[in-house]
Design a protein around this ligand. Sequence first.
Ligand code: ASP
Length: 434
Amino acid sequence: MKLYTKIAIGFLLGAAFGVGSNMLDLGWGLAVVDFVSPFGSGWIRLIRMIVVPLVVASLIVGAASLGDLRTLGRVGGKTVAFYILTTSVAVSIGLVLSNVMRPGRGLDSTAQAALTAEFGGDAAGRVALAQEAPGIVDVILNMIPDNPIGAAANGDMLPLILFSILFGVAASLIKDETRRKTVVGFFEGVNDISMTMIHWVMLLAPYAVFALIASVTAQFGWNILQSLLFYTGTVILGLALHALVTYGFILKFLARVNPVVFFKKIREVQILGFSTSSSSATLPVSMRTAEEGLGVSKRISSFVLPLGATVNMDGTALYQGVAVMFIAQVFGIDLSIGQQLTVVLTATLASVGAAGVPGAGIITLTLVLIQAGVPETGIALILGVDRILDMIRTAVNLTGDLTATVFVARTEGEELRADVTGREPSTGSVAATA
Ligand code: ASP
């Protein structure tokens, strides 16, 4: 049986187990969940354990093979432009849908009061967390590591990415061939070892997915979902549109690959993004999928994906667009077109600022709300369904990262795997320019 099929079975069984014990209120549901959930969290730790060595090694090898700073600048420029453009499209889809569907009108005052009573305290905690966020100058300064080992130890991805790229480019400039090959060869070895370890960890994925899905669904508030059906429906519709239409268009017409084959190849990444709600925990798997499944070269995937897992969150931005409109509508605030355009900008930035971990999006959402003049305590209304939306938006975030990788690789002249492009590769190799 293929690994994907096993993961899918784990997923379905986990959902059935969790939803069943929640809805039937069997009493033992939560106790069993307490027992299974450590398997899920333990597995996420196993996979996160590989993030730093993999990202550092593959970025150094990738940057060393890019050869010169000009190529790096071109690839970097394309990637950042792609990320900003698609994220703004995502927020705009969220805003247009909320204007058309007006999800906030459906929430009656009893439900509003109940939600505020239940989640008000938790909401205040998240607002306080957002207020601790550093200002823009500090954000930029923090991208420069004062100690790369410290950045690695804390899992601070952006400074680590910057250091590894500079290290790789500098390594490629060493004149003495033996020394250059020793250093780069060492990191090639670290990269291969990390890939082997991911392979092992992935063998446990079906069980981990069972545990993760069972514990989330068993604790989920289904009655809350009912009162927020319009809101969740609008977010999910927007996410589906963005994934299928925006990415489908880019894949077919700009990257010239077969979108159906692409989506098939990345479903493992999507299901893990959904189960873990974390782009950064899923990063090793998306890197493996890009290289082995899609045939993108290491020099592109090692750069575009770690950056994407940290800054590119289209799903999060779209959700923030809908959430701002929803809360404004519930409070009877009409946001003008100008204010909504500001939301496009602030939600794009807020999604960049959100870390690739569970629940990061709702914390930076408070910044968007404050900017738009909507009461930030309104997040109490949507906290009850945030977990489920987090799962879906994370899957979309990862889809966006992989779409960008394929787009950049194609514009850099890569052939990718023949089944992805629907053509025979001229060189017969997996990644012609790797
Ligand atoms: N969980 C999301 C991610 O890791 C971020 C968020 O929207 O909360 O991509």
